[in-house]
Design a protein around this ligand. Structure first.
Ligand code: DSN
Length: 421
């Protein structure tokens, strides 16, 4: 059952309560490998589900447009101070509703419509809000995109530098949603400095790894750092922006009143709890285990003939091109879901297929590491992935159901925060 328990919801709205319980059970029984997901602690769940959801507090601590902030002000201040301390940042804004609004605040702070932004192309691993064509950031701004080298699957800094010199963007984004390798923040900073651009590091995927010392930090290199709080950082759905003193006022003004109204105080409280958790030795061990698990899984997949973009991983994320396995990413992801392994289909660099039916799948180890799995289980996970992909090719539903049973049996031995069997 869900933890904390939900007796009031069950009494008031049994239909909805049954759906919540069903989702909790699903999260318990499945091997959750969507690279942007995790399990938050019961403490984060309690904070996020508290009476703080009842309160409006437009403005910032000590400068609000509504009364009654005796408790909300210190809660937001705690979250801000913990964010600054954990990441070593001069300034933190914890109010963005999620990653996309956080990135939009960057545009509002530093660009006018029509200005040039340089970001990683979405199919190469970037994010919609780094200037992709269907996003407002690609429609309202002149967006220029860098790629990865076809031969290595890695960012080609000669290309980034050439584009920057030619297009003179006001803002350069680094980071993304399908980047399996260490982001070279100093290399981006050198290019940004040369042309006088603001460097923004979007560390949404790797924030927990940065906090835990398992990925180099962008602080000291990037002018602005945006991140969601719910991926490797293991907090509630939300976002933060870390800045130097120089850019603090512009970012704060862009978030509120530029883009948003009242902050979601229940989320702010959940973020504060997650940041406290992320400052512990336990979390540092967790962050390093996430990477160790991803490396072990990548090696086991390569042994089984999977083609991994860039050949492996430095972080929590693996991007596999299934072309050689004879199946598209989407049917494979659907088959894997039936087999109890949850991930998403994904474009791969230079993908000849369409985004809604691409060649690849994206996997992550953040959630399964929270469950307590280690390198010891990764060969088994790779075997299940391989068997399920083979079953997808053969349309072998019975094999998928057998794997789902084996996955649930394994996970029964690994407790899930937020659920009691
Ligand atoms: N949806 C997030 C992800 O899965 O990476 C990015 O916005």
């Amino acid at each position: 059952m869900h933890v904390p328990q939900i007796p009031q919801l069950t009494a008031t709205d049994p239909e909805l309560a049954a759906l919540v319980e069903g989702e909790a059970r699903r999260q318990h029984d499945k091997l959750r490998m969507i690279a942007s997901e995790n399990y938050v602690s019961a403490a984060v769940l309690e904070a996020s589900g508290s009476v703080l959801t009842n309160k409006y507090s437009e403005g910032y601590p000590g400068r609000r447009y509504y009364e009654g902030q005796q408790f909300v002000d210190p809660i937001e201040t705690l979250a801000v101070d913990r964010a600054r301390t954990l990441f070593g940042a001069a300034h933190a804004n914890v109010q963005p509703y999620s990653g996309s609004p956080a990135n939009l605040a960057v545009y509002l702070a530093f660009l006018s419509p029509g200005d040039t932004v340089l970001g990683m192309s979405l199919p190469m691993g970037g994010h919609l809000t780094h200037g992709w064509s269907v996003s407002a950031t690609g429609k309202w701004f002149n967006s220029v995109r860098y790629t990865v080298a076809r031969s290595t699957g890695r960012i080609d800094f000669d290309e980034v530098r050439d584009l920057a010199r030619r297009e003179r963007p006001k803002v350069i984004f680094c980071g993304g949603t399908a980047v399996p390798r260490t982001i070279d923040f100093p290399a981006f900073a050198e290019i940004a400095r040369e042309i006088g651009a603001v460097l923004v590091a979007d560390i949404a995927h790797i924030a927990g790894l940065v906090a835990g010392g398992a990925h180099p930090t962008p602080i000291g290199h990037a002018d602005v750092v945006t991140t969601t709080t719910h991926k490797t950082l293991r907090g509630p759905r939300g976002a933060m922006i870390l800045t130097t003193e120089q850019h603090a006022a512009a970012i704060d003004k862009a978030v509120f009143p530029g883009l948003q109204g009242g902050p979601h105080n229940h989320t702010t409280a959940g973020i504060a709890v997650a940041l406290r958790e992320a400052g512990t030795d336990d979390f540092r061990r967790y962050a390093h285990q996430v990477v160790a698990n991803a490396k072990a899984l990548a090696a086991a997949l390569v042994d089984r003939g999977f083609e991994l973009i860039s050949g492996g991983t430095d972080n929590h994320l693996i991007l596999a091109d299934l072309t050689g396995k004879g199946v598209g990413g989407k049917p494979a992801a659907q088959a894997l879901d039936r087999a109890g392994i949850e991930l998403n289909y994904n474009t791969v660099p230079y993908d000849p297929r369409k985004p809604f039916d691409p060649s690849g799948i994206r996997l992550g180890t953040a959630a399964l590491t929270t469950r307590g799995l280690t390198e010891a289980q990764m060969p088994q996970v790779a075997a299940w992935l391989d068997d399920a992909v083979t079953a997808a090719v053969k349309d072998d539903g019975a094999a998928l159901d057998r794997i789902a049973g084996e996955v649930a049996d394994l996970l029964a031995g690994y407790p899930m925060p937020g659920y009691a069997a």
